[in-house]
Each structure stands twice: as structure tokens, then as C-alpha cells.
Design a binder for this molecule. Structure first.
Ligand code: 4NP
Length: 157
């Protein structure tokens, strides 16, 4: 089992989308049970809340159901538990590295590093924008999660 944690600031918009999308692309690739997928935020303010309703509706329109999501902050145990800790933007990555034990720093990456073909750097924070921002972010996340899956999937020998 490969454990993947997606991380953004609030854990109500981008990282729940990435969690739901990665789970779906892995399932479509016949890889159910190969990955354990979760998400968390670097900021605890939204702890216990559902995903942002704009994220929920955008995801549902693409067949990804985030209605059961509940936000939680990253905790120290996550650096032990997870094999890959995937940040949405550079600030999330810096905040993670600040609290990450030295031995686990290599687990922390940026989502878009896994999809260099997109030529993009960060998944922008859609929280203060309109619904079209969520559609844009969904597309970036979907494309990059497909590349991430190709990077992480077990190799055929
Ligand atoms: P997320 O979006 O990091 O993609 O979940 C945000 C959610 C909440 C806030 C900022 C970004 N906020 O400032 O409360």
C-alpha cells in the first residue's frame, strides 16, 4: 500500500479535490486498494468542516463526490504515516518543510512537479475567486493527478 497525503492551506478546496480525483483516477486504472489517499491543511481554522460548496459542486459535475470530506490539519504523525506528501503551492510546501522531521523531507513535493508537461508551478488558491476558478483548478488537478499516478503506480516487470 502506498500512502499519499495531499496538502493545501485550508483543506476545504484544493487538497480535497486532489484526494477525490487521485482516488478516482487510481480506481479507473484498476488500482483500487493500491493507494491510501487522504488530505490535510497547514492551517487548522476549518477543522471539522466539509469541503467548500464550490469545490463540492465542481467535483460532483465531474463525478467526484466530496460530500463526506471533513477538514483536518496536518499533524506530526503524517510525516511517518504517509509515503508521499504532495503540496498544492510553494507556501504549503514551505510550511510543511518547516515542521517535517529531517528524515522525511524527501517525501514532500509539489503536485505540479509530477506533471512537468503542463509547464505550471502551483495550483492557485481558488477560495477568494469565482466558480470558474474551481473549474480551472479542477482541470489542473485532474491532469497532474494522472501524471502523479503514472509516477507512483507499481511497475510491471
Ligand atoms: P484551500 O483554500 O487551501 O485550497 O482549502 C483555502 C481555504 C480557506 C482559506 C484559504 C484558502 N481561508 O483563508 O480560510
Amino acid at each position: 500500500m502506498t500512502r499519499v497525503l495531499f496538502v493545501c492551506l485550508g483543506n476545504i478546496c484544493r487538497s480535497p479535490l486532489a484526494e477525490g480525483v487521485f482516488r478516482r483516477v487510481a480506481s479507473e486504472a484498476g488500482l483500487d486498494g493500491v493507494f491510501e489517499v487522504a488530505s490535510a491543511g497547514t492551517y487548522a481554522y476549518h477543522r471539522g468542516q466539509g469541503a467548500d460548496r464550490r469545490a463540492v459542486s465542481t467535483a460532483l459535475a465531474h463525478g467526484v463526490d466530496l460530500r463526506a470530506h471533513r477538514a483536518r490539519p496536518v499533524d506530526a504523525g503524517d510525516f511517518e504515516t504517509f509515503d508521499h506528501i504532495v503540496a498544492m503551492d510553494r507556501q504549503n510546501q514551505a510550511d510543511l518543510l518547516e515542521i517535517c522531521p529531517r528524515a522525511h523531507r524527501g517525501k514532500v513535493s509539489l503536485l505540479l512537479e509530477h506533471a512537468p508537461e503542463l509547464g505550471l508551478d502551483e495550483v492557485p488558491d481558488p477560495y477568494y475567486g469565482g466558480a470558474d476558478g474551481f473549474e480551472h483548478v479542477f482541470t489542473m488537478i485532474e491532469r497532474s493527478c494522472r501524471s502523479l499516478l503514472e509516477n507512483l503506480r507499481p511497475r510491471r516487470s
